[in-house]
Every structure is written in C-alpha cells, then in structure tokens.
Design a protein around this ligand. Structure first.
Ligand SMILES: [Zn+2]
Length: 300
C-alpha cells in the first residue's frame, strides 16, 4: 500500500503538507483552524462524519512525542481510504458508521514544541533567546511549548495540587518539561483545545502520548461509570497495560480536565516503547498495534 503518511521526521511543514494532500485526496475531510500558538503556528483539526455526535483524538501535546502526530495522520488516511473505497476498517463499515457518528482529529496540539524538539531553539523565532535561556541539555527531548509551559500540566484539573508537586520537584519557572504555567489555561494551545471541547461537546476524548504501551482512563471520582469497561476493551484490543495515574502525571492533563469538566470518558494512550523521540521507522508497527483501539474508540 502506498500511503501519503510515511515514516519521516515530522515537523510543522510536514503536518501542513500531509493535511493538504489528505484533503485533496479525500475532500469530505473538513479541516478547521482551532487556534494559534504564541509563535503564530496553526493548530488544526480534521473532522469527518457527523459533527454533532463526535469524539476527539489529539496528539503531540509534548514536543519530543511528534511520532504520535504521524500515527493520528495515518489513522485519518486509513479511515478516509476505507470510506472512499467502501472497504471495512478493522471489520467495521466506517462509511456507514460515520453517517451517524463523527471524529475530530487534532494531529498536533503543540507545534512550537515539536519545532523546538526537531529543529532546536532557532525555530522559536522571536522567542529563541527566551527558549535558549531555559536549561536544556538536549532539545530533542523538549516537551513544553515555546513559553516553557508543559501543555499537559496546564489544564484546569487539580492544577494547584500539581503546581505544588512541581515545586517539590524543583520546577519553579518555565522549563523544557513539567512546568504547568502561571495559571490554568494560560497557554494558547490549552485554550484552543478547551474552547473546541466546550463548543463541540465531544462524547469522549483520547490523548496520544509516548511511550510505554499503556492506557490511562481515570481521574478521581469524576471518572464515568462506563469508562472502566471501555478502558478494558481498548487496552485488550492493543495489548496495552491499564495504568492508574500517579506522581507528576496525576493532574493537569487534557484527559483529566475532560473527565472533570464533562464527566465523560477520557483516555491517554502512551504509544510505543523505548525512548522519546521514538524513531519514525517504528511508525507502521506502532500504528498497526493500535489501529483497532483507535477504530473502536470512534464507535463507543
Ligand atoms: Zn506526553
């Protein structure tokens, strides 16, 4: 099979050119601009099917985890091809399913962070001196945005508790990772996502991170009753491990906020195994292991 989405080092321009190619091949994709980063880069969503009954997938909250973007773009391509050619995806007639249901896919939540992780501090344009002032031994491991805020610590779910934990771990100011910002939803990327969720009222969310082959599904007492079963089905379908939140990953994340705000199911999938950034050569292998989980999620 010849795919538009191929193993490559991914960056902002790759994202834009893949999206353009997908739209030209599959004109039923409705692409929208959800927001812009501090450096003016666009955060795009790809919408397919019924927009009034949709789930959301989002990737690349963390700069070094850009392979998650390619995974979501490949899912978009496989889904669209199955619709266009009238084939089943994981045994499901998605063309028929998506007359009732919809999917919203945000391949890259943190394009500035991805640029820094792939191209270094110079890609932070007018913020490059600021980014350069933040201690970072290896920019390939950069996770924050260009303001030195970790998007997945910036959501309004136990934010003050998390800030306390960050302080106890020696994180007091903008950092390459794990600094939650001056206040919840301070960042353009966080605002873009929460605004979209409040407008579209998605049934459930799935955030892609790397790595560990793990699935997280809980956030305190707000975790919805049906999500235990959903988590088990999703984890079983890809042989990932179900994990309970702990430590610095226990508050402030997108799925935490989504569960807390809407009392609906939210999941974090930690794709692949190894060290970030995961090598692009593993794209197809990682993807094929989770394709069924991504497909099932849209139907739940
Ligand atoms: Zn992450």
């Amino acid at each position: 099979m010849n795919y538009i989405v191929k193993p490559c080092t991914y960056d902002y321009n790759t994202n834009k050119s893949i999206i353009e190619e997908l739209i030209s091949e599959y004109p039923f994709i409705n692409a929208e601009l959800c927001g812009r980063t501090a450096l003016g880069r666009g955060i795009f969503s790809l919408n397919i099917g019924n927009p009034d009954n949709s789930v959301i997938y989002a990737a690349a909250f963390h700069g070094s985890e850009w392979l998650t973007s390619l995974v979501l773009l490949l899912f978009t391509e496989r889904l669209c091809r199955s619709i266009k050619e009238g084939r089943l995806l994981c045994g499901v007639d998605m063309k028929r399913a998506l007359t009732q249901l919809g999917v919203t896919i945000i391949p890259c939540v943190n394009p500035d962070g991805v640029e820094i992780a792939v191209h270094g501090k110079k890609s932070a344009k007018n913020l490059s001196a600021f980014v350069g002032s933040i201690p970072c031994e290896d920019y390939r491991k950069w996770n924050a945005n260009a303001m030195g805020v970790d998007i997945n610590h910036n959501f309004n779910a136990g934010w003050h508790t998390l800030r306390q934990m960050e302080e106890e771990n020696g994180i007091h100011s903008p950092s390459s990772r794990q600094y939650g910002g001056a206040y919840p939803e301070s960042e353009a990327e966080t605002k873009a996502l929460t605004r979209l969720c409040r407008i579209k009222q998605f049934r459930q969310c799935m955030a892609l991170h790397s790595q560990g082959e793990e699935l997280y599904w809980q956030y305190g007492e707000k975790t919805s009753a049906q999500s235990d079963m959903m988590a088990k089905i999703l984890a079983d379908s890809c042989s990932y491990q179900l994990i309970k939140n702990s430590g610095l990953a226990s508050h402030g994340g997108f799925k935490d906020w989504f569960i807390d705000e809407f009392h609906r199911p939210g999941f974090t999938l930690e794709i692949g195994k190894g060290e970030n950034p995961l090598p692009p050569s593993e794209l197809y292998e990682i993807y094929s292991k989770i394709e069924e989980a991504l497909t099932l999620f849209s139907l739940m």
